[in-house]
Write a protein that binds this ligand. Structure first.
Ligand code: NAD
Ligand code: UGA
Length: 480
C-alpha cells in the first residue's frame, strides 16, 4: 500500500533536526514540517525575526529559513499537538555518552530517545512511521518498537487504532557544511523491514536525491554503518595527526606526506588535514559507543583497537599545549597568548568536544593569560566550556590577585589591535579570516621573542618572512 506523507514532525530542534527539516521543507513544498523541542529558548531563537539569532550557525541556513518558515516549516514547543497530527516522526534528539551507571563513559545515554518514544506512544494517532535520525547503538530500534507497542497494553482508549513502523535513517551531515551535505548527500541510508514505510521515506528524498544514492539495508546494518562511518573518519584524523608528530621529529612535512598518500585512489585525499585533534559532539561519543558494544559482545581486541583512536586524540591535544609551554621557556606564568578560534571547526558556532577546550584549560593551568577570539562563539559558551568566568566578570578585588598569579582568560571581539604585548598567538580553528592577518603589524606589537603556533595550517609561512615571529606549524619538521 502506498503511504503518502503530508505531515512530518521532528522531535529535537538541534544541529541535526533544524537544518535537516529546513532542507526537507525547502525541497518538499507539499509537506508540512513541524520541528518541536522541549527547550523553549531554542525554539524562540528558531522563530526570531532577526535571522542572525538562529540558535545554529550554518552557511546557507538563514536563506532556507527565510524561504520556508511559517509557510511549510514551523518551530514549536507543543510536542503533543504536532506528534498527534504527524504521519512521519523523526527522532533527532541528543544521544550523549552516559555519565553514570552501567556503561558510564562509553555507552550512549538513551534517556532522551526513550522519552521521545514514550511521547510518540502517548500522542500519535493513526499509522505513524517513526524514523531514527539520532545516532544510536545497534538494536535501539527494538527498544523504540517495544515502547511503541506497549501502548496497546496500557492505552485507556478502547478504540485506539494507532500503529507504527520504525526505520533507521542516520544523518551524515557535517557541521559547517550541513546545508551543502543535506542538499547533495553522498548517500541516504534507510534501514527497515516494512517495504511501504521504506518507500514512503524514499519518496521524500527522491524529491532531490538521485535514487542511485538511496541505500536500503536491514535496520541493524543501518545503525552500525553510522557508527562505523564516524569511527573511520575519526581514525583518519588520528592517523594523520600521529604522522604529523613523526614529521615534526624527523624533518618531514605532514602536508607533503598527506598529499603524497592522498594521490593514491585507494586512500583518497579527503580528511587528511593534521590539526589540534578532532572535536565535535559525535566522533568521540560514537567511537566510545562502538567500544562499549564490542566489549559487550566479548570482542576485547576490537574494543581496544577503536579505543586507541580516542586515547591518541587526547594525548595529541596535551602534546600541543605541552610544546607551547616548552617553547615559551617552560612557564606561561604572566604570559599573554592570543587564541584564534574556539569552535571545533570553522563555519560553526559549536564548541562541543572542541580541542580548544582541553588546550586552553592546560594553558590556563600553566598560568597563561588567554585572549580568545572566535567569530561565532560567545563568552558565555567559552565560560561554560572552561568552567571559569572571563577576567572581565571577576570581582574587582579578586582581579589583582588573579593578575599576579596568571591563569585567566577573556574574549576579544576582533583581531585588530589584539596582539599588543602578546608573547604568542595560537590558531586553533581554521576560520578563513585568520589568513588575512597583517603579520608585520602583529609582530611590531608583540613582546619578543614572539611565537605563532598554527595548529591548523591556515597561515601562509611566506607572509611571515619579513617579521621576527618564531613560527611553529603542525606537522612541520622543517621548522623545528
Ligand atoms: P542537539 O543537542 O543539538 O539537539 C537535540 C535537541 O533535542 C535539543 O534541543 C533537546 O532539547 C531536544 N530534545 C531532547 N529530548 C527531547 C524530547 N524528549 N522532546 C523534545 N525535544 C527533545 O543534538 P544534535 O547535534 O542535533 O544531535 C542529535 C543526534 O544526531 C545525535 O544522536 C547525534 O549523534 C546525531 N548527529 C549529529 C550530527 C551533528 O553534526 N551534530 C550529525 C549527524 C548525527
Ligand atoms: C562528523 C562527520 O564528518 C559527519 O559525517 C557526521 O554526520 C557527524 O560527524 C556526526 O555524526 O555528528 P562533524 O563532526 O560535524 O561531522 O565535522 P567533521 O568535518 O567531521 O570534523 C570533525 C573534527 O575532525 C573537527 O574537529 C575537524 O576539525 C577535525 N578534522 C576533520 C581534522 O582535524 N582533519 C580533517 O582532515 C578533517
Amino acid at each position: 500500500m502506498e503511504i503518502s506523507i503530508r505531515n512530518i514532525c521532528c522531535i529535537g530542534a538541534g544541529y541535526v533536526g533544524g537544518p535537516t527539516m529546513a532542507v526537507i521543507a525547502d525541497r518538499c513544498p507539499n509537506i508540512l514540517v513541524n520541528v518541536v523541542d522541549v527547550n523553549k529558548e531554542r525554539i524562540d531563537l528558531w522563530n526570531s525575526s532577526n535571522l542572525d539569532n538562529l540558535p545554529i550557525y550554518e552557511p546557507g541556513l538563514d536563506e532556507i529559513i527565510k524561504r520556508c518558515r511559517d509557510k511549510n516549516l514551523f518551530f514549536s514547543n507543543d510536542v503533543e499537538k504536532f506528534i498527534s497530527s504527524a504521519d512521519m516522526i523523526f527522532i533527532s534528539v541528543n544521544t550523549p555518552t552516559k555519565k553514570k551507571g552501567i556503561g558510564a563513559g562509553k555507552a550512549s545515554d538513551l534517556k532522551w530517545v526513550e522519552a521521545s518514544a514514550r511521547q510518540v506512544a502517548a500522542f500519535a494517532t493513526g499509522h505513524t512511521i517513526v524514523v531514527e535520525k539520532s545516532t544510536l547503538p545497534v538494536r535501539t530500534a527494538e527498544v523504540i518498537k517495544e515502547i511503541l507497542l506497549s501502548k496497546k497494553d496500557f492505552s485507556d482508549q478502547e478504540n485506539d487504532s494507532s500503529t507504527f513502523d520504525v526505520l533507521s535513517n542516520p544523518e551524515f551531515l557535517a557541521e559547517g557544511t550541513a546545508i551543502h551535505d543535506l542538499e547533495n548527500p553522498d548517500r541516504v541510508l534507510i534501514g527497515g523491514e516494512d517495504k511501504d514505510a521504506i518507500k514512503a521515506l524514499t519518496n521524500i528524498y527522491k524529491n532531490w536525491v538521485s535514487p542511485k544514492k538511496i541505500l536500503e539495508t536491514n535496520i541493524w546494518s543501518s545503525e552500525l554503518a553510522k557508527l562505523t562511518a564516524n569511527a573511520f573518519l575519526a581514525q583518519r584524523v588520528s592517523s594523520i595527526n600521529s604522522i604529523g608528530a613523526l614529521c615534526e621529529a624527523t624533518g618531514a612535512d605532514v602536508r607533503e606526506v598527506a598529499k603524497a598518500i592522498g594521490f593514491d585512489s585507494r586512500i583518497g585525499s579527503k580528511f587528511l588535514d593534521a590539526g589540534p585533534g578532532f572535536g565535535g559532539s559525535c566522533f568521540k561519543k560514537d567511537i566510545l559507543n562502538l567500544v562499549y558494544l564490542s566489549e559487550y559482545f566479548g570482542l576485547k581486541e576490537v574494543a581496544d583497537f577503536w579505543n586507541s583512536v580516542v586515547t591518541f586524540n587526547t594525548w595529541h591535544q596535551h602534546r600541543i599545549s605541552r610544546l607551547i609551554t616548552k617553547k615559551l621557556f617552560g612557564t606561561l606564568s604572566g604570559k599573554k597568548i592570543v587564541v584564534l578560534g574556539f569552535a571545533f571547526k570553522s563555519n560553526t558556532n559549536d564548541t562541543r568536544e572542541s580541542a580548544a577546550i582541553q588546550i586552553c584549560k592546560n594553558l590556563i593551568e600553566e598560568g597563561a593569560a588567554l585572549f580568545i577570539h572566535d567569530p561565532k562563539v560567545n563568552h558565555q559558551q567559552i565560560s561554560r566550556d572552561l568552567n571559569l568566568k572571563p577576567f572581565s566578570f571577576i570581582e574587582k578585588n579578586e582581579k589583582e590577585k588573579i593578575k599576579n598569579h596568571g591563569g585567566y582568560w577573556d574574549t576579544i571581539s576582533s583581531t585588530k589591535n589584539a596582539f599588543k604585548d602578546a608573547d604568542a598567538i595560537l590558531v586553533l580553528t581554521e576560520w578563513s579570516e585568520y589568513k588575512n592577518i597583517d603579520w608585520a603589524n602583529a609582530s611590531s606589537q608583540m613582546r619578543k621573542p614572539s611565537w605563532l603556533f598554527d595548529s591548523r595550517s591556515v597561515i601562509d609561512p611566506t607572509k611571515l618572512e619579513n617579521t621576527d615571529i618564531n613560527f611553529w606549524r603542525i606537522g612541520d619538521g622543517l621548522k623545528i
